[in-house]
Design a protein around this ligand. Structure first.
Ligand code: AMP
Ligand code: MG
Length: 490
């Protein structure tokens, strides 16, 4: 298992833990070790990420119990975090890590701080009725899609490893192999973390949490007067930019509850998420989202709704008369929609190869969306790069009726930056995690064959290249695949 140079091998994995949450936020977590795994086996290890984090992948590979449960890397102090949250609009004052353990914060080679968390690692005081476990398919799904998002340059939590525990877990579909994903995040602070203390009316704890969040994510604001409002604005900016990126990629998160919205601006909790194929604003994949609350086109509205919940939670921390504070926050909330729109338009301009900003750009994008109803989202943009070079055939092949596009194309060409095709191909992926490919990879993995998973992972983590041999990964699901339904990641 040792690397080629035994002298460079660190038996402690290279972890440098400094556990500020456990040290600074008593009351906001419960010390709790992951369940021991009877037969831990690593099924995926992210060697590239390990290297970036200053971790020794060979040493990690020698310690599957660090990832499946049964032993902690040196310096880890396992805790389950408390948080609250609005789930599908209804408030739960106590959610928390019901099947996750924060092992601690690892300091990377550049001094940056990374939460290392296991998910699927056993019951905690926050488990409520749940078993605290996870199964292989959904954990591999989180690994695959989070790594695809990172390769697409979308802020996201990362996946360091998936390990089998050697224990079967019961689900509706029967006995499934139990598994744990090791997640890396710039923090696990969520909107719901603030709601937890705000719902309890505990302003000192809320203030401690806010200062902790500011120190981690906006250290330039530490100690400043007005820092809570400035912090709120930063969260708004990060989340508006994030959701604009999702919308550019046709990504549907599926469960944008306030406990699944980070303070860092990273995408988190890859449960029922999926990428839209044929463009339809109402696209929903999650089996439990019957009202379409978290449908593709609703995500920008939910952005504002969730940030309003954060604003409410922060009210007690903002100095001044309450009415004035609320007015101020309301002004900031009203500014979210235009702010998001600017971010989105910037994303769409880049996708369409437009330089600079012109007043008609919004209408140009809106009219494209109207013209492309039903056409494959990813391929339409990818093949517009061919159209920019004068080759219309690949684009035309995506449309049953091309007439609206015929009318739109000259307007776009008139606005197109010279030589834009290259830049467009660097913005518009050739390969996304297509739902039928993801399902095929997870089905094979459940039967012990990891080869399709690794093949798909290699493709989705190199999304922008045009390479012969990858066509099968670029195409939409065959007709027989039907409507895709996802289930929450349990
Ligand atoms: P999620 O939908 O994954 O964001 O989870 C929502 C809440 O349910 C969180 O508090 C989770 O910790 C909890 N939860 C999800 N699955 C389980 C499980 N199998 N056992 C215990 N708690 C769970
Ligand atoms: Mg969650």
């Amino acid at each position: 298992m040792n690397g080629s140079d035994p002298l460079s091998w660190s038996p402690d994995g290279g972890f440098r833990f400094d556990n500020s949450w456990a040290r600074d936020l008593p009351g906001t977590f419960v010390a709790q070790a992951p369940d021991p795994a009877p037969a831990p086996v690593l099924v995926v290890l992210n060697r590239a990420l390990a290297a970036d984090l200053g971790l020794d992948a060979d040493s990690l590979a020698a310690h599957p119990e660090w990832f499946a449960g049964g032993g902690l890397p040196p310096g880890a102090e396992a805790v389950a975090l408390a948080y609250a949250g609005h789930q599908f609009g209804g408030f739960s004052p106590q959610l928390g890590d019901g099947r996750a353990h924060l092992l601690g914060e690892h300091l990377g080679p550049d001094g940056r701080r990374w939460d290392i968390q296991l998910k699927g690692s056993g019951r905690t005081p926050f488990s409520r009725g749940g078993d605290g476990k996870a199964v292989l398919g959904p954990m591999l799904r989180e690994y695959l899609i989070s790594e695809a998002m990172a390769a697409l340059a979308v802020p996201t939590t990362r996946s360091l490893a998936v390990a089998l525990t050697g224990e079967d877990v019961w689900r509706d579909s029967g006995r499934m192999p139990g598994a744990v994903v090791a997640r890396v995040a710039s923090s696990h602070l969520r909107v719901g973390s603030f709601q937890f203390w705000s719902a309890r009316g505990d302003t000192p704890q809320l203030a401690r949490l806010a200062d902790y969040a500011i120190a981690r994510h906006d250290p330039d604001l530490v100690g400043q007067g007005g820092r809570i409002l400035a912090f709120f604005d930063r969260v708004v900016a990060r989340q508006a930019a994030l959701i604009a990126q999702w919308m550019g990629l046709g990504f549907v998160h599926g469960v944008m509850n306030t406990d699944n919205m980070t303070i860092s601006g990273e995408t988190i909790d890859y449960g029922p998420c999926a990428f839209m194929e044929g463009y339809a604003p109402g696209t929903v994949f999650s089996s439990i989202d019957r009202q379409g609350r978290y449908a593709f086109a609703n995500q920008p509205l939910i952005l504002g709704w969730n940030l309003a919940r954060l604003a409410e939670a922060l009210v007690p921390l903002i100095p001044g008369a309450r009415d004035a504070v609320v007015d101020d926050l309301n002004d900031r909330l009203s500014a979210i929609a235009p702010r998001y729109h600017d971010e989105w338009l910037a994303v769409m301009r880049a996708k369409l190869g437009l330089d600079g900003a012109e007043p008609g750009d919004g209408a140009l994008v809106d009219d494209l969306l109207a013209a492309m109803a039903g056409a494959d989202w990813t391929l339409t943009f990818r093949r517009l790069a061919d159209a920019a070079e004068g080759d219309l055939a690949p684009l035309k092949g995506l449309f049953a009726d091309f007439s609206a596009m015929e009318a739109w194309l000259p307007r776009w060409r008139a606005r197109l930056a010279p030589g834009a095709a290259r830049a467009m191909r660097a913005q518009n992926p050739a390969v996304i995690p297509r739902n039928h490919m993801v399902e095929a990879a997870l089905t094979a993995a459940n039967q012990g064959d990891m080869a399709p998973f690794h093949a798909l992972l290699a493709e989705v983590t190199d999304p922008f290249a045009d390479r012969p041999g990858r066509e099968a990964f670029t195409l939409p699901a065959p007709m027989g695949f039907g409507d895709y339904v996802t289930f929450c990641g349990t």
